[in-house]
Design a protein around this ligand. Structure first.
Ligand SMILES: Nc1ncnc2c1ncn2[C@@H]1O[C@H](COP(=O)(O)OP(=O)(O)OP(=O)(O)O)[C@@H](O)[C@H]1O
Length: 317
């Protein structure tokens, strides 16, 4: 019988993680499923747990119950992504991993799809490289404004307050407005693996995307695919704050792409250079600010349990 290793973030979405686990565990017991439970106790604990589980070099089925941040920690702890099948029960505030892969969101449905899998999707993983250190990402990594928003969301009391009303996603909008007033755009140069160099004089952010959505549903790179071995890059530059306010709602629908202040391109690897250290994130988790970083598609692939048969076989664009 398959052993499911459940890594549960009890604090995801301000405590919903534990409540959700408590409603799902009886179902596992009823079905006599073979499972082990690991509750995360602090930041980066999921990474340690995933490292311990996979240290034997064998194949494992790891089920994550949490948000995008917990998924990020788990993929960074895994020894060899090629030997892991990942199930996901999305209960975070943003859920861009589930959204991008069209995974079922209601916890009962997500569990059902994991226990009775009708297919898996093989996805690429991205890597952010800084000072010799490598961090994998599944959804996206960003430099600048979007990362500064992630930093602030992590410490924001708004997230706790809005999560109580099931509106945690709104935190990103509230914090983004605040940053918009405070942050000044900077000069950024991006060098890609095909030898192209692009310089943007007044850059708000650059996001390197493996999946189409980040920030709780912003469809920044509508064509991003986790299966094409490429990163889709979106750069927001030369904007006025007013124009950003105009474009952000359009970005929820992926309708921001035709504007000249939004540059989108594709690459396998990119070096990013800025005049001052900028905030960074991988899958919404803040990283230490740097002036020079690299992003790339890692070449590793991870199997993710799909939803229904239709979802598992559906072409993920
Ligand atoms: N027991 C814990 N106490 C406090 N923080 C924890 C605990 N376990 C994990 N964490 C941290 O909680 C953070 C957020 O977790 P997660 O991403 O799962 O939920 P979320 O923030 O609600 O969702 P999303 O990332 O989708 O917005 C992660 O940075 C993780 O390290």
């Amino acid at each position: 019988m398959k052993l499911y290793e459940f890594i549960v973030n009890p604090q995801a979405r301000s405590g919903l993680g534990m409540l959700t686990w408590n409603t799902l565990e009886p179902e596992l017991k009823k079905r006599r499923s073979d499972y082990r439970l690991y509750l995360t106790e602090r930041k980066k604990h999921a990474e340690k747990i995933a490292a311990q589980i996979t240290a034997d070099g064998q194949e494992h089925c790891i089920v994550v119950l949490g948000g995008d941040g917990t998924v990020n920690e788990v993929i960074n702890g895994i020894l060899d992504p090629g030997k892991v099948t990942l199930g996901y029960i999305p209960i975070g505030s943003s859920n861009d991993f589930a959204r991008g892969l069209k995974l079922p969101v209601p916890a009962e449905k997500a569990l059902e799809a994991i226990l009775n899998p009708e297919g898996v999707v093989q996805i690429d993983l991205g890597v952010l490289e800084k000072n010799g250190e490598r961090r994998r990402f599944a959804v996206s990594a960003g430099v600048g404004f979007d990362a500064a928003v992630c930093h602030e969301v992590c410490v924001s009391r708004w997230k706790r307050i809005l999560n109580r009303f099931g509106m945690g996603k709104l935190t990103y909008a509230v914090v983004a407005l605040d940053r918009l007033i405070k942050d000044k755009p900077v000069r950024m140069t991006i060098r890609t693996d095909d030898g192209t160099e692009k310089t943007f004089e007044r850059t708000y952010f650059a996001a390197f995307m493996n999946l189409p959505f980040e920030g709780g549903g912003f469809k920044f790179c509508p064509e991003a695919s986790p299966k094409d071995g490429m990163l889709d890059v979106v750069v927001a530059h030369d904007l006025t704050p007013l124009k950003i306010l105009f474009l952000l709602p359009l970005a929820l629908l992926g309708k921001h792409t035709g504007f000249r202040e939004v540059t989108i391109f594709r690459c396998r690897r990119a070096g990013i250079f800025t005049e001052k250290p900028l905030a960074l994130h991988t899958d919404g988790e803040p990283e230490f600010p740097r002036k020079a970083v690299a992003m790339e598609i890692s070449g590793e692939r991870l199997s993710v349990i799909g939803g229904t048969k239709a979802a598992a076989n559906r072409k993920i664009s």
